[in-house]
Design a protein around this ligand. Structure first.
Ligand SMILES: *[C@@H]1O[C@H](CO)[C@@H](O)[C@H](O)[C@H]1NC(C)=O
Ligand SMILES: *[C@@H]1O[C@H](CO)[C@@H](O)[C@H](O)[C@H]1NC(C)=O
Ligand SMILES: *[C@@H]1O[C@H](CO)[C@@H](O)[C@H](O)[C@H]1NC(C)=O
Ligand SMILES: *[C@@H]1O[C@H](CO)[C@@H](O)[C@H](O)[C@H]1NC(C)=O
Length: 964
């Protein structure tokens, strides 16, 4: 908009005259291609709605809102016209709140003379929860004169069209932060045709099919190449790092890059910005960075470097930015790092650094300091609190002790000291930190008073986490945190709701779990974060009375479990169309389960266990639902199971134990391909299980508990043939993982080693079968020996007869085996002595005879394992076997088993169990976390990283597809 005044006035006059004759077309009836640029722009702007959430930049504002038809478009905000020709040559609508699709018939594409186009930081998608995956419209290739194109973070993912390569005048191209995909043929054209490029920024574009070598063919004028998080793979060579004109090279976040061939004596004289991630960069390479004499910005996060931090005498004092995070640097912090007057960012987070911070520093004037997740100790020195420009201070997850000092300046924006051993109170000066957005002090020994003295000026605070400290609330003080988005006061000893929440309208995340908040949920809480609240956790308090009437319109996750809520689940909950996780377990809720609750397609987890719900399970499970986990254990539900449960194709966990449900075995659940846990114990199921009636039933089932019902008939041999997830799971290859997602982990109450245990988390390698307390009769099938991954087997309290099949000796992972209270006879197969993991063995109350096998594990069982049998002898029983002639054990049945397998059409191989036993045992036991006393919160602390994600919720976050 560089028109000098007189020219502008003349021009405007001209326009007015023109305007009176050629008014703006008010509709699109005129031929589009001839539409005057001002009209085209106006139409373009009107095809979007304006919404602040569409832009993340703090400086965003709706530029198009000020566009007025009665002024020429050259005067509009964001428009640049050529001084001589008055043609529209530049359009900058970055961070302008634009929300809505750009279609291929958009009038944007009738501005053929554009040279500069910037649409970055808007949301050109038709919904808030995902980017439009249509790809960049190919019409962008029409702007033949374009020299600068910036579409960074503009809300469109999908492919980069080849038409982009027709923009052969491009000097600067930024398509970053969209999750776009570039395929090799398009990339080849881009390289071949965009020969003028000086700046190429494609961060977060999927370039996994691009060969690294091709980077060398990029324009020789390239000064900036930024390919962060592009999934680049392969070996980097020096010549890639040293393109002829390169000044800025950022390849961080490409974890699969390898640098093994890097020589030590390289020099790229112009390189002043270097960012790399990946593996196998040598120490030699690390040291050689000191040759890059122009370097100012150095980022080497996640390069797997070990040893001490290099001295870099040549470059260190010139650096303004140093990021060595996520490596394995160890040793003490080098003192050389603390007298660098030019350094503004120092990031050494997530290493293995030890020792204290220096007590004095000279000339350090940092803006951002990240030292989190190391082993640093000692007290926090006063210089930390007296750097005039410091904006970010991350020291969380270390071993710092002592008190937090007083801040001398007010520049701080983010303060994270969580997970240390700090004590005392929060310094008074925090109340002056008016720019503070993040205050993360979780898990220290601080005594914190929540009151107006501290907060009345912290108007910018977005994230507040005092969890796992000792907090007291002054509810008489009037203050508000108008921008608060996340509050975590979990396990902080509070006994009332913080009233200041009443005035927070932007709250997204609220965690008040595991406190002593007593009584009814106040009415006002219903209006907190009315259109933003995403996550509410009130778990583990002393809440009473009826179900809280919150405004659920935006809520996705509720945890109200472990309280004393009474009354019915209100039908109001049906307004919560976005609810994904509903955990109301361990309360006193009565009435029926609202039908609408299971009818939602958003729902993923329904946990209503341990209440007093009655009636039947609603039959309204919709087709295409997304339910992953249903737990209704410990209620008074009755009637048969609704067949519509078979619509839950994503179901992994179904726990209906301890109810009054009746009917035959729900064989039709066998078609649920993802089902891993089926618990229907202690109900009124009855009858013979019979043969499968679905194809490949229960292929993924790992835990089945049908105990304490009235099942009869033979054991369901045919089903055992299909329990593939219990067969040959090679534990050393399975990535150990808990069931569930990061915000909800399944917990289960199951019998382990003879005791019911409440497992807070369920490891994905836990496998068990519990058919106890029914009326199964007949033989124990040999085929059970195929379920080699089984950890627990319980057939006790039935009417089983015959021998114990020796194939049980194949269950090499077995940790508990209960066959007690049956009518088994014959000898205990000697093969059982091979079960090195067996910790619990119960064979009492049978008709077994003969020699008790001896062997490592067997020497640990006592009399109780064998009482009430006809004729067992040998250790540990007092009866010796002298008069008792040991019979030959029956021949192994392995061979037969194998043949059977082939008939069934899916093969299995006897995999040798070649892992070190100790580790697996250790792992399993280590990963079972039991409930001790007060229920612990299952949801992990929201990490700071997650916070950043949550800040972006509206835009980015919820990609349903990404979860599966
Ligand atoms: C563009 O096409 C869509 C349908 O594809 C239509 O609804 C819309 O009105 C068209 N817009 C313009 C500006 O012609
Ligand atoms: C290269 O750019 C020119 C000029 O825009 C264009 O005509 C040609 O089709 C482009 N070539 C490729 C391979 O895209
Ligand atoms: C880091 O290097 C060590 C050996 O040098 C290797 O065992 C480890 O897997 C590497 N880690 C990553 C993340 O590549
Ligand atoms: C701090 O850590 C260092 C290195 O691990 C150790 O030698 C020192 O004893 C620790 N100091 C304190 C006070 O714990």
């Amino acid at each position: 908009m560089g028109l000098s005044t007189w020219k502008y006035q003349l021009f405007f006059l001209f326009c007015l005259i023109l305007h009176s004759q050629l008014p703006f077309p008010s509709s699109l009836s005129s031929p589009l291609s001839s539409m005057p640029p001002c009209s085209a722009l106006l139409h373009f702007s009107k095809s979007f709605s304006l919404n602040k959430s569409a832009s993340l930049s703090l400086a965003s504002y709706p530029k198009t809102a000020s566009w007025r038809e009665d002024k020429h478009c050259c005067t509009w905000d964001g428009i640049e016209c050529d001084k001589n020709t008055s043609l529209v040559v530049g359009l900058d609508l970055s961070s302008s709140w634009l929300f809505g699709n750009i279609l291929s018939n958009s009038t944007l594409f009738f501005l053929p003379n554009l040279r500069r186009l910037n649409l970055a930081d808007n949301w050109f998608s038709d919904n808030w929860f995902s980017r439009s995956d249509s790809g960049i419209p190919s019409e962008f290739g029409n702007f033949k004169s374009l020299t600068h194109l910036n579409l960074s973070d503009f809300g469109i993912s999908g492919q980069i069209p080849f038409e982009i390569s027709q923009l052969s005048s491009l000097v600067s191209l930024d398509l970053s932060k969209n999750g776009l995909l570039i395929k090799a043929p398009v990339w080849k054209r881009v390289i071949g045709n965009l020969t003028q490029l000086r700046e190429l920024i494609l961060d977060r574009t999927n370039m996994s099919s691009i060969r690294l070598h091709s980077l060398m063919n990029l324009s020789s004028s390239l000064t900036t190449l930024s390919l962060r998080k592009c999934d680049l793979r392969g070996k980097l060579e020096n010549n890639i790092l040293c393109l002829p004109s390169i000044q800025t090279l950022d390849l961080t976040g490409n974890w699969d890059l390898e640098g093994s061939l890097l020589k030590s004596n390289w020099s790229c004289s112009s390189l002043n910005f270097l960012g790399l991630s990946g593996r196998m960069f040598s120490r030699e390479f690390l040291n050689s960075i000191d040759n890059l004499k122009s370097l100012k910005h150095l980022a080497l996060p996640g390069c797997n470097f070990t040893g001490s931090i290099p001295a870099w005498p040549g470059i260190l004092t010139k650096l303004t930015y140093l990021d060595l995070s996520n490596n394995s640097f160890s040793g003490l912090l080098p003192s050389s790092l603390f007298n660098l007057p030019n350094l503004s960012t120092l990031n050494l987070g997530s290493n293995q650094l030890v020792g204290p911070l220096p007590s004095h520093v000279s000339g350090l004037n940092l803006v951002d300091l990240y030292l989190s997740s190391n082993f640093l100790n000692g007290t926090l020195p006063s210089w930390l609190f007296s750097m005039p420009s410091l904006e970010t201070l991350y020291l969380h997850r270390n071993r710092f002790v002592g008190e937090i000092g007083e801040f001398k300046y007010n520049s701080l924006q983010e303060l994270a000291l969580g997970y240390n051993k700090l004590h005392g109170s929060i310094p008074r000066s925090v109340s002056r930190l008016v720019n503070l957005t993040i205050l993360y002090l979780s898990s220290n020994n601080l005594s914190i008073m929540l009151g107006s003295e501290m907060f009345s000026k912290l108007e910018n605070l977005e994230y507040l986490d005092f969890s796992n400290n000792s907090v007291s609330i002054n509810n008489n003080a009037a203050y508000a945190l108008p921008n608060l988005q996340q509050l975590n006061l979990s396990s902080s000893n509070i006994s009332e709701f913080p009233i200041f929440l009443r005035r927070t309208t932007k709250l997204v995340y609220l965690d008040l779990s595991n406190n002593q908040i007593y009584g009814r949920v106040p009415k006002w809480l219903g209006d907190v974060g009315m259109n933003s609240l995403y996550y509410v956790n009130l778990r583990g308090n002393l809440l009473q009375g009826p179900f809280p009437t919150l405004n659920f319109s935006s809520t996705r996750v509720i945890f109200f479990s472990n309280n004393n809520l009474t009354g019915e689940i209100p039908s109001l909950i049906c307004d919560a169309i976005h609810l994904e996780v509903v955990d109301l377990s361990h309360n006193n809720l009565s009435g029926m389960i609202p039908k609408c609750l299971v009818n939602s397609t958003a729902l993923s987890v329904l946990d209503l266990r341990m209440n007093s719900l009655h009636g039947t399970i609603p039959a309204t499970f919709a087709k295409g639902n997304n339910i992953r986990s249903i737990n209704l254990n410990g209620n008074q539900l009755e009637g048969p199971l609704p067949r519509s449960l078979a619509n839950c194709t994503y179901l992994e966990v179904l726990d209906l134990g301890n109810n009054k449900i009746n009917g035959a075995f729900p064989y039709w659940l066998g078609s649920l391909r993802k089902l891993q846990v089926l618990v229907i114990r202690s109900n009124r199921f009855q009858g013979c299980i019979g043969n499968p009636k679905t194809k490949f039933p229960f292929l993924n089932l790992r835990i089945i508990d049908i105990s304490n019902n009235q099942f009869n008939g033979p054991l369901p041999i045919k089903y055992f043939e299909y329990f593939k997830a219990m067969m040959n799971v090679n534990e050393s290859e399975v990535a150990l993982k808990y069931m569930g997602e990061n915000y909800y982990q399944d917990s289960l109450n199951i019998m382990i080693k003879g005791q019911y245990i409440e497992m807070e988390k369920v490891l994905n390698i836990l496998t068990s079968i519990d058919f106890s307390n029914n009326s199964f009769r007949g033989d124990m099938p040999k085929i059970i020996g195929r379920l080699k991954s089984l950890k627990g087997l319980n057939f006790s309290h039935n009417n089983l007869v015959g021998h114990i099949p020796p194939s049980i000796g194949n269950l090499t992972n077995l940790e508990w085996l209960d066959l007690s209270f049956n009518k088994l006879d014959g000898e205990i197969p000697s093969q059982l002595a091979d079960l090195t993991w067996l910790a619990v063995l119960k064979l009492s109350h049978n008709q077994l005879t003969g020699h008790i096998p001896s062997g490592t594990q067997f020497n640990t069982f006592n009399n109780d394992s064998y009482t009430e049998n006809l004729g067992l002898c040998g250790f540990p029983l007092s009866r010796t076997c002298e008069n008792h002639k040991a019979k030959q054990p029956p021949p192994s049945t392995l061979q037969q088993d194998e043949n059977l397998e082939h008939e069934n059409g899916f093969g299995w191989q006897a995999v040798s169990i070649g892992y070190a036993c100790g580790t697996i045992f250790g792992m399993l036991m280590g990963y079972l976390i039991f409930k001790i006393g007060k229920p612990k919160c299952l949801v992990r602390m929201v990490k700071l990283e997650q916070h950043i994600m949550l800040r972006r919720l509206k835009k980015n976050a919820y990609r349903r597809d990404g979860r599966r």
